[in-house]
Design a protein around this ligand. Structure first.
Ligand code: BTN
Length: 241
């Protein structure tokens, strides 16, 4: 396995995509102490202060089609959530599709990017931002973000957590390759804080509210509205209080 460690990088996902395009082996990882232009979903940035988090990207070359790539994100969320629980004892929940929250505030964000031709995935880069030992967030993030050190009331070893994350990710990935996504989707449902809740969905072309009732076999969120059940594959979901 290749490990690419940087003190500073623009975005670990960008580095990982370059390595992947140049043929790096599956399982290659990129980690950095800080990212200058860390990227979030929906063209947002990602706050990546030096030495205070795990800013990590993993290159996979999964043997399934592009339609299954979204489920890689669910798989990563399950793996990371387990590792957090084992190493820190902090119980977090997964918000669809890929946020890990503690006390309603975001501790982990996941950004999956893919390159595919026709029906074949060339590579998938799973980028994970884990707020580990951040004591102070910028004011705009303070109400919506949290870190594991704040949740646990002590500082957390990034090396221990990174090691656990990689081993849990490997476990779930091996399981997916052997048995398909069903066991991962079942684990995701158990750890979800979205299901059963009233949610507001903001998609690219539509917005609506309803009750999140399940995820389907593709990992899409099913939301029950007065008009019927809507299927959400991408977009922003906020949980009503
Ligand atoms: C989100 O919740 O919007 C996704 C955030 C993903 C952040 C991580 S940090 C490591 C990797 N490199 C990036 O530029 N983004 C991801």
């Amino acid at each position: 396995q290749e490990i690419h460690y940087f003190s500073e990088v623009d975005s670990t996902n960008n580095e990982a995509k370059k390595l992947a395009a140049n043929g790096c082996p599956e399982g290659t990882i990129v980690v950095a102490e800080t990212q200058v232009t860390g990227r979030g979903r929906l063209a947002r940035g990602w706050y990546s202060p030096f030495g205070e988090g795990i800013w990590l990207s993993v290159v996979l070359r999964p043997p399934f089609g592009p339609m299954d790539a979204a489920k890689c994100t669910l798989m990563a969320a399950v793996g990371v959530n387990r590792a957090i629980n084992v190493v820190t004892g902090v119980g977090c929940g997964i918000k669809w599709p890929n946020d890990i929250l503690w006390n309603n505030r975001k501790v982990v964000g996941i950004l999956t990017e893919m390159s595919a031709e026709m029906d074949v995935i060339n590579y998938v880069v799973i980028g994970m931002g884990i707020n580990v030992n951040i004591e102070h967030f910028p004011s705009e993030l303070a109400p919506i973000a949290a870190s594991l050190s704040v949740a646990a009331g002590r500082s957390i070893s990034r090396v221990k957590l990174l090691t656990a994350i990689l081993s849990e990710l490997e476990n779930v990935y091996v399981l997916v390759k052997k048995s398909g996504f069903a066991p991962v989707l079942a684990a995701w449902r158990k750890e979800s804080i979205t299901l059963g809740r009233q949610v507001d969905v903001r998609g690219f072309d539509r917005s609506f509210s309803g009750v999140a009732i399940d995820i389907d076999a593709d990992g899409a969120l099913l939301v029950k509205t007065p008009q019927g059940v809507e299927r959400v594959l991408a977009g922003d979901v906020s949980i009503s209080p």
